[in-house]
Design a protein around this ligand. Structure first.
Ligand code: AMP
Length: 270
């Protein structure tokens, strides 16, 4: 993969890179399309990264279908697909980690200890192998995007990070590989995340600036969907991820909730 990528770059082509865990959907493909439109060559990776899953999380049942993913990427004219085995990425005895301090402990990191250490480490490794000019990430994983940007700046990785908008179903549910876990009833309940975010947006549009009031309104929306267990709903600064008192342009509204056993996340930038 390193040689193939070098060859492309040495021919003077700009290389775009889209890292994924596979089970591809239109959200992933929107990143590929953005890369395709901006770069002469596009590489994608499919790797279900074990180090970003907690011991009680869904690593073993995470959806995997490499043949289907390969077909979808071929249709989008992706030049290179990297789909290594876990043993290849993590040789026995590997003990080196990348930790983005502070940002990694909040929100998702609080609920999923070690998650962002796994993410930052695998993304660093993939960047070292691919050496892309640009790498494409989804706003769907807002905290991840903030952390990757910070890592790239702190470690002088020389990759341009591009963050693309969240792709949604027609009813507003954010596309996620984990949506396949939802039964039809849960699929309806899952809309509560988007409903709560929209409620905050609507109140903000009407002039409400008090983050606590906005948050309370969102919690009420969740209270109406009893089976869904809210993990967090926070209004934070879009760079520091620290809670804000008053919303300013660019405040980030982030939420996570369990619908049945499935943990979903969503967010919007006010
Ligand atoms: P994953 O396979 O879940 O690791 O996601 C790979 C990349 O696709 C990440 O940068 C995600 O943020 C992005 N992504 C996932 N879902 C969506 C979506 N609904 N819209 C846009 N990007 C997404």
């Amino acid at each position: 993969m390193r040689n193939a990528c070098r060859e492309i770059r040495q021919s003077g082509k700009r290389l775009g890179f889209v890292p994924t865990m596979g089970a591809l959907h239109a959200g992933h493909l929107s990143l590929v399309q953005a890369a395709r439109s901006q770069c002469a060559a596009v590489a994608a990776s499919v790797f279900v990264n074990p180090t970003q899953f907690g011991p009680k999380e869904d690593l073993s049942k995470y959806p995997r279908d490499l043949d289907r993913d390969r077909g979808l990427l071929e249709k989008e004219n992706v030049d290179l697909l990297f789909a290594p085995a876990a043993e290849e990425m993590y040789p026995a005895g590997a003990v080196t980690w990348v930790t983005v301090e502070g940002l990694s402990e909040r929100l998702e990191g609080k609920s999923r200890p070690g998650h962002f250490r796994g993410v930052a480490t695998i993304v660093s490794k993939l960047f070292n192998i691919v050496e892309p000019d640009r790498a494409y990430f989804g706003q769907k994983d807002a905290q991840q995007a903030v952390i990757i940007r910070k890592m790239v700046r702190d470690l002088d990785l020389g990759v341009e990070v591009v963050v693309c908008p969240t792709v949604r179903e027609s009813d507003g549910l954010a596309l996620s590989s984990r949506n396949v876990y939802l039964n039809p009833e849960e699929r309806k309940q899952a809309l509560v995340l988007y409903r709560a975010l929209c409620r905050v947006q609507a109140l903000a549009d009407r002039g409400e600036r008090d983050a606590m009031k906005l948050r309370e309104a969102a919690l009420q929306v969740f209270a109406e969907e009893k089976p869904v267990r809210l993990d967090y709903f926070e209004i934070v600064n879009k760079d520091s991820l620290e809670p804000v008192k008053d919303i300013v342009r660019g405040a980030l509204v982030v939420t996570a909730a369990f619908v049945g056993k499935t943990r979903l996340i969503d967010n919007l930038v006010l």
